[in-house]
Design a protein around this ligand. Structure first.
Ligand SMILES: Nc1ncnc2c1ncn2[C@@H]1O[C@H](COP(=O)(O)OP(=O)(O)OP(=O)(O)O)[C@@H](O)[C@H]1O
Length: 530
């Protein structure tokens, strides 16, 4: 294995230190074994490559005890014969004791990670949290945060919170992939609040970018709840703010925005992000898609503080995004909960053949007539189809509403609020609310239109089965969708749900996106609709 990356930036004379180098090689092997046994995903050692591929930047970091620090310590001592000669017995004992303690800690961490299905890669990964109380005992959190967590009813950290919070608190960048509804928002919000400590007038210190306005608004609300009583200025980048705010004077500790709005503010309103200490890209894979990547690039560039901590969170993080992320992150720790890119195991998933477009409407009507267990969320592939299906269901005397990008902001907000409040039983939606939206009690998600990708499927159905609750997902398909069944069936089977064997035997589809032109939903002739 090529180890040259370990020495990038150091003028190391290999010839002169050949003996030491050979010894180090031996040590490294031992270390690698320890590293493997500590549940590090070796297949995904991207974070390590990342560290080596770029010269280390000067950054203020909190020291963390770690497996790898141990490796380097041993290297140092074996390098110096005279030093070892003068080592006293007392020092030896001390060293042995701390080594034992460290081994115990490594073992404890590994067990905790195994219990919670936490997989990590990267060097010097801090111990996962045993409980929220450790925020105070290990990281000196102010009491307001623990009070707020208790008030929100959060007793135990979720797996992603157990590992991602210590990673960010120890000053490390984080690349995190955890199932939908598993508490990723709190995993990035709490370290930010803890690190910022208190409100200041020194300019924006944290930026959170979310792909949709609804999600940005929800994240702002969660942030305010968690930071309650601390006086932080937490701002959502709204259209009004964008129009009227004087950003140079606006007190703001944490700014939450969509990529388009923050991109506009950087270009046209001279938004100063040079003091930003934390940048979170939530639903990161979406943000790296073509429509957003230019804005994200401008945000990353504008956040020019050399000690910035960047983190990426999502339930789906494809390898291509990881590769792209490596170009902007350094010394990152990769945290994966369960299997990467998989659906929440709390959701009972079914595929239902409906034959044709007409058959889909019949199937939906029939299932609602037999039993309607609200709240139900129905996804369709376009705003036109959302409007069409809405018109159909309104006739059926169902408390139904619709949300898509053609509606005004207040209409979109009302649709979400009414659904949350139980005033609406069925919400028809395009993918504007497929990501990140937290509707606590959604009993069933119906994919009326077959999702265009496995990632889209995972996010859509992830609106149910959240925060430990069970959920259901029904995906209707027609002949047209059949060639793409296998992609979704793989996700369903991987999360433990049954899939007919003939579907699993279908060939895999190379082209990943599926968005066919579909027949109109309407059961009425066009003229009848007006
Ligand atoms: N420690 C906890 N204990 C109990 N509930 C929690 C805890 N942390 C978060 N939650 C709740 O879990 C729900 C889902 O959290 P969140 O919206 O952060 O999920 P997510 O992982 O970001 O999902 P998505 O991938 O869909 O965005 C929320 O209602 C949140 O309040």
């Amino acid at each position: 294995m090529d180890t040259s990356f370990l020495f990038s930036g150091i003028n190391f004379n290999r010839k002169k230190f050949a003996e030491d180098f050979a010894r180090f090689e031996g040590k490294k092997e031992t270390h690698d074994k320890a590293y493997k046994s500590n549940s590090v995903e070796n297949r995904n050692s991207g974070a390590e490559e990342l560290e080596g591929s770029k010269p280390a930047k000067k950054r203020k970091r909190t020291a963390v005890v770690s497996e790898q620090v141990e490796g380097f310590n041993v290297f140092k001592s074996s390098n110096s014969a005279s030093a070892s000669a003068t080592t006293t017995e007392q020092e030896d004992n001390g060293h042995l004791k701390s080594k034992k303690e460290m081994n115990r800690r490594i073992e404890r961490d590994a067990l905790l990670r195994k219990k919670h299905n936490i997989h990590i890669s990267g060097s010097n990964v801090p111990s996962p949290l045993q409980n929220f109380a450790e925020l105070s005992s290990r990281y000196e959190s102010e009491s307001y945060l623990l009070c707020n967590l208790a008030e929100l009813g959060f007793k135990e950290p979720t797996p992603i919170q157990r590992q991602a919070i210590p990673v960010l608190l120890s000053g490390r960048e984080c690349f995190a992939c955890a199932p939908t509804g598993s508490g990723k928002t709190l995993a990035f919000l709490s370290p930010i609040l803890m690190k910022l400590k208190r409100a200041s007038k020194d300019g924006i210190r944290a930026v959170i970018v979310c792909p949709t306005r609804e999600l940005a608004s929800q994240t702002t609300r969660e942030c305010k709840k968690l930071g309650k009583g601390r006086g932080f200025n937490i701002k959502l980048m709204t259209k009004e703010l964008l129009k009227s705010a004087d950003f140079s004077k606006m007190p703001c500790d944490i700014l939450v925005s969509t990529p388009l709005r923050i991109g506009f503010a950087i270009r046209k309103k001279k938004l100063d992000l040079t003091r930003v200490e934390f940048l979170v890209l939530d639903e990161a894979d979406k943000l790296f898609e073509l429509g957003f990547v230019k804005q994200i690039d401008s945000v990353v560039k504008a956040c020019s503080n050399p000690s910035i901590l960047r983190s990426l969170f999502s339930a789906t993080l494809p390898d291509t995004v990881e590769e792209l992320a490596r170009t902007i992150m350094h010394d990152a720790v990769r945290v994966i909960i369960g299997r990467k890119n998989s659906a929440s195991e709390l959701i009972n998933q079914k595929l239902v053949f409906a034959g044709s477009e007409e058959g889909k409407l019949l199937a939906l009507r029939q299932s609602f007539a037999e039993s309607l267990n609200p709240p139900v969320l129905i996804f369709v592939q376009s705003k036109e189809r959302a409007k069409e299906l809405y018109k159909e269901l309104v006739f059926d005397n169902i408390k139904v509403d619709v949300i898509h990008a053609d509606l005004q902001q207040t209409q979109r907000e009302n649709a979400v609020d009414n659904f949350r409040a139980g005033k609406t039983w069925v919400l028809i939606a395009t993918d504007v609310i497929a990501r990140g939206m937290d509707f606590k009690g959604v009993n069933c998600v119906i994919n009326y239109d077959f999702p265009e990708s496995a990632a889209q499927y995972i996010h859509r159905i992830g609106r149910s089965g959240r925060a430990g609750r069970k959920g259901e997902a029904i995906t209707l398909y027609t002949e047209e969708d059949a060639p793409f069944l296998r992609n979704i069936a793989n996700v369903i089977a991987a999360s433990g749900c049954e899939v007919p064997s003939w579907i699993m035997a279908l060939p895999k589809m190379k082209r990943k996106k599926h968005r066919p032109a579909r027949d109109s939903i309407s059961a009425h002739p066009k003229d009848d609709q007006e």
